[in-house]
Write a protein that binds this ligand. Sequence first.
Ligand SMILES: Cc1cc2nc3c(=O)[nH]c(=O)nc-3n(C[C@H](O)[C@H](O)[C@H](O)COP(=O)(O)O)c2cc1C
Ligand SMILES: C=C(O[C@@H]1CC(C(=O)O)=C[C@@H](OP(=O)(O)O)[C@H]1O)C(=O)O
Length: 391
Amino acid sequence: MTMRYLTAGESHGPQLTTILEGVPAGLTLTVEDINEDLARRQKGHGRGRRMQIEKDTVDILSGVRHGQTLGSPITLAVTNDDWKHWTNIMGIEPLTKEVEEVKRKVTKPRPGHADLNGAIKYGHRDMRNVLERSSARETTVRVVAGAVARKFLSELGIQVAGHVTEIGGIKAGLQVIDDLQDLKAKTEASPVRCYDKNVEQEMMDAIDTAKKNGDSIGGIVEVIVEGVPVGVGSYVHYDRKLDAKLAAAIMSINAFKGVEFGVGFEAASLPGSMVHDEIAWDEERGYYRLSNNLGGFEGGMTTGMPIVVRGVMKPIPTLYKPLQSVDIDTKEPFQASIERSDSCAVPAASVVAEAVVAFEIAKAIVEQFGQDRMDVIKGNVQRMRDHAAKF
Ligand SMILES: Cc1cc2nc3c(=O)[nH]c(=O)nc-3n(C[C@H](O)[C@H](O)[C@H](O)COP(=O)(O)O)c2cc1C
Ligand SMILES: C=C(O[C@@H]1CC(C(=O)O)=C[C@@H](OP(=O)(O)O)[C@H]1O)C(=O)O
């Protein structure tokens, strides 16, 4: 058995829901653990008006009793505060004439969003049926699932931190990050979730300029995970490689277009001597590496060094400045008219990236070190650490 989750819910429907299955029994879990991450996801310069309407908090509806997980499926829900403005448009009852009159049918696909392909695929003449689910509103409950995973990992001494390294071409200064607490403190204090104070204002200006021009910008987020034991994941079969799973998880975030580990794409132009992480040993630490260019992975398995994974987010597709598109009813070209949109969601996406990475690592640990009980998993992880230290 494994840990898995489903998400359900439309962007302007009553709520987003996730059911997590396979979370071991005996994990201490409170709504506060989760609400903290939900609040972090809502912050960040560049978000549109929707974030002022929502104040995301979670309800735990099953699988937890007196602050402890039971081992049974955990149902978690986040209410959409905006729903009250959309009850006619998003109702589940059949259409009446009055509803038809207020129903905002969407027939103008946005380049870069899921509208046109989704409409053709599912046969929807009203593209609201596509955008409601393709919206990144769904990432609220991925952050909820990730918060549970993060709590699980913290019990095993594993820390996860995400931050923004680039927005609209403005790059954070290069720094080897070896203090996650410091990184977290700097990132949380930053309106763009970037540790480098020197570029913060430039990033915000880039976002404001894009917004003023009716445009949008993307960027790069990085997630660092410390404390994962050696050998999580496996080289023995392609679908057991943990780096591949993390790559898929990052790519699954709305608007993400690429993933790299450690030096990543730069490895193409570097000689092997500048890429591979030399191996050393001492009595206290056991085996360790003199560098971490490969971002914590060899052979689909963790090396014990921090995992360093980055993802690139394209600019937000909904633009106030119209791009060419065609109305699917009239087949006429149109000028876009936009109600609201984010102009940059890279800071929020760094929290989503943390969540999906945390979930994949928690899942791999549950698969490898025991499934039902926290105490058994803790013991098994410790045995692996001892084994590696003595090896
Ligand atoms: C946190 C977050 C917020 C987003 N906000 C918007 C938005 O306001 N407007 C928009 O058009 N796209 C937004 N996106 C991106 C779209 O959801 C995404 O581009 C779309 O689902 C199409 O999928 P794809 O870009 O992965 O192909 C956001 C993405 C994330 C991660
Ligand atoms: C609601 C969220 O993000 C939304 C993601 C999104 C999209 O198209 O992906 C479009 C916008 O939604 P709306 O059209 O309601 O303004 C964003 O606000 C959120 O992150 O919670």
